[in-house]
Design a protein around this ligand. Structure first.
Ligand SMILES: Nc1ncnc2c1ncn2[C@@H]1O[C@H](COP(=O)(O)OP(=O)(O)OP(=O)(O)O)[C@@H](O)[C@H]1O
Ligand SMILES: [Mg+2]
Length: 260
């Protein structure tokens, strides 16, 4: 069924990304709807970050159309970018600034300045009230993730793009972050995230796309993918303890070989 224009926040069609001779993304297409958490899953090197980078306007793409909140990323990059909040796979901020100064800087850049009290509350909210004087590089990996998610959502964007947001987080921080991601959905906004955690995909994502060698090989809800592929011989062959999981489907569809 065709999705009406106003129902989707992101539409990617026929996307191709090359780095010299390397084909990273090869004819990728998918939609992300309002109020949806959409997961991009795929082995290392599948093309997930390259797809996100093209949407974010960080790299030029060879071919394809990307529409964010009704604006073409190629034709109206600033308009498209204003609707997006972005958390990269690894982040570094101005090394000489402390956490409070980083929040002041980015809230100013996004045009939503935060008062000292608001910054204090925000840091308390993410369990970093004692870290306000620390520089970003002095935070642990998980603490850095929490700060960078706050920065990605400071301007309440309609589409939040998160590249492996929970990698390296402890279970408590991961659950808290899932709650924050779900709160974005509750506001009717959308989240596009990448993850290597099948548990995360099943727990949090409304729909997922499995991408491999730069191509989308399956899109559906996690449960529908399991139901659809539970009898595939490749899936049964890798299943353990007789129960078919999303991980079995993922490995059945993308193969058991570890990627170079
Ligand atoms: N700047 C670059 N220059 C050259 N090749 C690149 C560059 N960035 C990525 N690639 C290549 O493009 C392909 C896709 O990489 P990408 O980073 O999009 O994968 P990914 O799905 O995000 O992987 P991971 O799960 O490891 O983060 C890989 O073959 C990678 O080696
Ligand atoms: Mg990546």
């Amino acid at each position: 069924m065709a999705v009406e224009q106003d129902k989707y926040i992101l539409k990617v069609e026929g996307l191709h990304v090359n780095y010299g001779n390397v084909v990273a993304v090869n004819n990728v297409g998918f939609d992300v709807l309002q109020g949806e958490i959409f997961g991009l899953l795929g082995p290392n090197g599948a093309g997930k970050t390259s797809t996100l980078s093209a949407i974010e306007g960080l790299i030029k793409f060879k071919e394809g159309t990307i529409i964010v909140n009704g604006q073409s990323v190629s034709e109206k990059p600033l308009h498209a970018r204003a609707s997006m909040g972005v958390q990269l796979q690894s982040t570094s901020f101005q090394p000489e600034l402390n956490v409070v100064q980083i929040l002041q800087l980015f809230s100013g850049i996004y045009g939503v300045p935060m008062s000292k009290d608001k910054i204090k509350d925000t840091l308390k909210d993410i369990g970093l009230e004692d870290a306000s004087a620390k520089k970003f590089s002095q935070l642990s990996g998980g603490q850095q993730q929490r700060v960078s998610l706050v920065i990605a959502t400071i301007h309440n964007p309609r589409l939040v793009l998160l590249d492996e947001p929970t990698t390296g987080l402890d279970p408590q921080a991961r659950r808290q972050l899932w709650g924050r991601i779900e709160a974005i959905r509750e506001r009717g906004h959308a989240v596009l995230l990448t993850t290597h955690s099948m548990e995360e995909a099943e727990s949090v994502c409304d729909r997922i796309a499995i991408i491999d060698h730069g191509r989308v090989i399956a899109v559906d809800t996690p449960q529908a993918l399991i139901d659809k592929h539970r009898d595939d011989p490749e899936v049964i062959a890798v299943s353990r303890r007789g129960k078919i999981t999303l991980e079995d489907v993922f490995i059945g569809l993308t193969g058991s070989a570890v990627r170079a």
